[in-house]
Write a protein of this length. Structure first.
Lengths: 252, 293, 358
């Protein structure tokens, strides 16, 4: 089964075509990178998959299920989690609460059970906390556990966002420019974590990324977009050698 | 078919009140466009300047026009000070902080006016009070004509200023992209304070035009709530829209007073506001897109 | 210095983790219970009014402080609760049921208002709630059968199981009990995943969607809970004032409630309580100060309004985190003494995410 199948996807804003009849698929367990010049429509693809924008045409399937027309907050139920290009953390909350919010989709009891503080609500909280602690260990976040997110350095915030996406226990992880703004050391950590996430947790990873060193290091396949259209797809070296790709980056 | 005299009378009253709402809404739009602050203290600036005008006529025995001039200068200076001294400090904080700060300013102004002038209402004498003109079968109070005339004058001067002068064009530029304007050498902070000052001047004009229709009273600030409805109706942030919205609200109010049961007149502006937003959550002509991620 | 030695996740979740905190709250509770026997009569009445203020402030805090939805017209829900309560009592319904039902009616109206209100955001919502409260005030003045019009309507004495609670002392305990009950319930709710979802919606709607939070649903839920709690506060307020008129629920009350949550500190129940205490005590304090002011100033009318505005302005400018922020800083200072660093609470410069894109 494919983790993600995108068929003939088109996204238009009034006259502007952001994504144009794009098709690709991602196998389960694959690390798949999307590259392309600025404004190529990379983030728009993510935004359509997570239903922030409704597609103008085309179909998207995740693990065999059609997710083209589901509600935004149901996307995560299909095992899809994402991060954002410009970090969308909950600024007023601690790192721990941000990660616990990733566990939102798991049952913590209804309104009345919560108000009454029933024992099962406590047990659900404890199991969520345990799951979150695993992620804190994995991503070396323990020094920041109770720190408010607002004051953290940029690199740590990126990791917290990755951790929050992992807390939803996804099968497919969409990372929007995970390495942007990171220093080389942080980027190396990230490369390690991404391979680790695939190897140990069996999560399929799709990432939009500009840093070709990271892409070459971890991605199995690379899709290059330009003007919302597919230019090339293949291994990193194949795509980097493709004449159309070189033309798109350097201009013709 | 000729309009009946009563209907025409109603329309003229509505337009007169509506022009005041329109002026107030224009003043709100100016500061909103320049600094993204919806000025909840605007009604109180208006009320304050009406009291200043009353003070000049009653205590100093000056004519109405002098009072108008003094009120405009005082309100402009006050608004300049409010922006330069207070609003500028919280630039970059969430909109809610700015809303709360303007509410705080409105409380302080209201408190000061109550302390200075006491709770009694005063009447303001104008050169037009008590006079009427006849046009065919219709009797029009001169004050209504004066309001409409003054409003047309103020808005034409404002538009000419924004279109035709260097300063006006700078204001427009800064309201579209502050950073770019700043990089072009426009002193954005000072410009914003000047926009506030102009908006204060408009508040003073509206206050002195409204005072003869109502009374000079602490409750005069309430007009800002009607202007909000005009603002929403005209699509937040558009000046022609605000003017049209103000006129429509003024007319609706007059007609509601005659054709609808008691009580509707007072809340018709509020009902319109809720009705419009229930159908168009981003306002008529509203900004099209949400936040980008 | 004090460190947390949690041996289980359950221990880390506990409401009061340190013995000192438990002792402090036990002493506070004992003082509140002993209050009516120690305080002069006047202050017992004031305290009951204060508890009611706290309840209404808690209601608004859920909405504005946690989900970030600004309401500038929350007195409308208090009014609905008050009028519903008076009418239900008039039908012979016992107090506890009537009070709960009034809260539920306010909550239902909250649902009605919340459904369209979630579609608008920011300044639009502030204006919608403001307009709604003006309409409710107008309706209260006109719908004579239910509200007695502008003349007002008398409130029967509270009765519980045949005992009258009309006296100052029983009413004090009634308000205290309801306040504590609601406080515990809201604390349970807001420390759990629903509270986290509220905060999530406040801080980033885009991320909330992506995590599976049904944003619209939770916004409406916050509206309903908020209206319910404020409605119950309104029901109690009816007993407190004994004669309900529309003016009692004017824009002034709405603004006082907004002041309470902002000055108390958005996003914290403790802030709602602290803010309610400050705002409720301010008029009394001002009237005391007036005694020592020169007569010309003391006789003036708007001093109270002016001071309210001044206090609000000072908080917005110098302590945006409100009284609760002050409290947290003080607590950290004491706990980490002598290692306190001012920089702990200095946040980096933040930039508002502009709502306009051109």
């Amino acid at each position: 089964m494919k983790a993600l199948e995108v068929d003939d996807l088109t996204l238009r804003f009034r006259g502007l075509v952001a994504v144009n009849a794009l098709s690709f698929d991602v196998a389960e367990g694959e690390i798949f990178a999307i590259i392309g010049p600025n404004g190529a429509g990379k983030t728009s693809v993510f935004n359509v998959i997570t239903r922030i924008f409704p597609p103008s045409a085309g179909r998207i399937r995740a693990f065999g299920a059609d997710i083209t027309a589901i509600s935004r907050h149901h996307v995560v139920r299909h095992g899809i989690a994402r991060t954002f290009q410009n970090i969308e953390l909950f600024e007023g909350a601690s790192v721990l609460d941000n990660l616990l919010l990733g566990r939102h989709r798991f049952n913590h009891g209804g309104v009345l059970a919560q108000i009454a503080g029933l024992p099962r609500v406590g047990r659900a909280e404890d199991s969520s906390r345990a799951a979150v602690e695993d992620i804190i260990d994995r991503l070396d976040l323990s020094p920041f556990r109770n720190a408010p997110v607002a004051g953290l350095p940029y690199g740590v915030r990126k990791v917290v966002e990755l951790g929050r996406a992992l807390a939803t226990q996804p099968r497919l992880l969409l990372l929007d420019e995970p390495a942007s703004g990171l220093n080389p050391e942080e980027t190396r950590d990230l490369a390690f974590w991404i391979s680790d996430i695939r190897a140990e947790l069996g999560i399929t990873v799709v990432m939009v990324e500009h840093d070709m060193s990271l892409v070459s290091a971890v991605a199995d396949r690379v899709l290059c977009l330009s003007m919302g259209q597919r230019l090339a797809i293949g291994t990193a070296s194949e795509v980097q050698g493709d004449a159309a790709v070189i033309a798109a980056y350097l201009g013709t | 078919m000729a309009l009946s005299a009563a209907l025409l009378q109603l329309i003229i009253n509505g337009v007169a009140v509506g022009t005041v709402y329109a002026l107030v809404a224009v003043g709100l739009v100016m500061t909103y466009r320049a600094t993204e602050v919806l000025n909840f203290a605007y009604g109180d600036v208006l009320m304050f300047s009406a009291f200043v005008g009353w003070g000049v006529t009653a205590w100093l025995g000056m004519p109405f026009w002098v009072a108008m001039l003094v009120a405009v200068v005082v309100a402009a200076a006050l608004s300049y000070a409010v922006d330069a001294g207070l609003m500028r400090r919280i630039v970059g904080q969430p909109h809610f902080a700015a809303v709360m700060l303007t509410i705080a300013i409105s409380f302080m102004l209201r408190g000061l006016v109550s302390m200075g002038f006491g709770p009694t209402s005063r009447g303001l004498d104008t050169p037009f009070s008590g006079h009427t003109s006849r046009f065919g079968g219709v009797v029009v109070a001169d004050i209504n004509l004066a309001i409409i005339g003054a409003a047309i004058l103020v808005t034409s001067v404002l538009f000419a200023f924004l279109r035709g002068t260097r300063l006006g064009v700078s204001i427009q530029a800064a309201s579209q992209n502050q950073l770019a304007a700043y990089l072009c050498g426009i002193r954005v902070k000072r410009l914003n304070s000047m926009v506030w000052a102009m908006s204060g001047a408009i508040a003073a004009v509206s206050g002195l035009l409204l005072a003869p229709l109502a009374l000079v009273d602490v409750g005069l600030w309430f007009v800002v709530l009607k202007a909000f409805a005009a603002l929403v109706l005209g699509g937040f942030g558009s000046m022609p829209g605000a003017i049209a919205g103000g006129l429509v609200i003024g007319l609706i109010e007059q007609f509601a007073g005659v054709y609808l049961p008691d009580g509707f007149k007072d809340v018709s502006a509020q009902l319109v506001l809720i009705g419009v937003l229930a159908v168009f959550p981003r306002g008529l002509l509203g900004e099209a897109h949400g936040r980008r991620v | 210095m004090r460190f947390a030695y949690d041996t289980s996740y359950a221990a880390a979740r506990r409401r009061l983790r340190y013995p000192a905190g438990r002792i402090a709250y036990a002493v506070l509770l004992a003082a509140l219970l002993a209050g009516p026997y120690v305080l002069p009569k006047f202050f017992v009445g004031e305290a009951a009014a204060l508890f009611i203020g706290c309840i209404m402030s808690l209601g608004l805090m859920v909405l504005t402080g946690f989900t970030g939805q600004v309401s500038l017209g929350h007195a409308a829900f208090a009014a609905i609760g008050a009028y519903a309560h008076v009418n239900l009592l008039g039908l012979g319904i016992p107090l506890p049921i009537s009070l709960a039902a009034s809260g539920a009616i306010a909550g239902a109206i909250g649902l009605l208002i919340g459904l369209p209100a979630i579609r608008v955001s920011g300044l639009y919502l502030a204006m919608v709630t403001l307009a709604f409260s003006l309409i409710v005030e107008q309706v209260a003045g006109r719908w004579k059968d239910i509200t007695g019009g502008y003349g007002g309507i008398a409130v029967p004495d509270p009765e519980l199981f045949g005992l009258t609670l009309g006296g100052l002392v029983p009413f004090y305990y009634l308000c205290l009990a309801i306040l504590l009950g609601l406080l515990l319930a809201l604390d349970n709710l807001l420390r759990g995943h629903i509270g986290r979802a509220f905060v999530g919606i406040r801080d980033s709607e885009a991320a909330s969607h992506a995590l599976g939070i049904w944003v619209a649903g939770y916004k409406v839920l916050a509206f309903v809970i908020s209206a319910f709690v404020t409605g119950i506060g309104g029901g109690l307020l009816a007993h407190q004032v004994q004669y309900v008129t529309p003016e009692g629920f004017s824009l002034n009350l709405s603004m006082e409630l907004t002041l309470m949550v902002v000055i108390g500190g958005l996003g914290s129940l403790r802030g709602a309580i602290l803010g309610a205490i400050l705002i409720s005590l301010l008029p009394t304090a001002i009237s005391r100060v007036k005694l020592i002011l020169p007569a010309s100033l003391a006789a003036q009318f708007g001093l109270e309004t002016f001071v309210f505005g001044l206090v609000l302005a000072l908080f917005v400018l110098f302590e945006p985190a409100g009284l609760n922020g002050r409290w947290v800083k003080l607590r950290t200072l004491l706990q980490t003494f002598p290692l306190y660093r001012r920089a702990t609470f200095v946040r980096g410069k933040t930039y508002a995410k502009s709502e306009r894109y051109r």
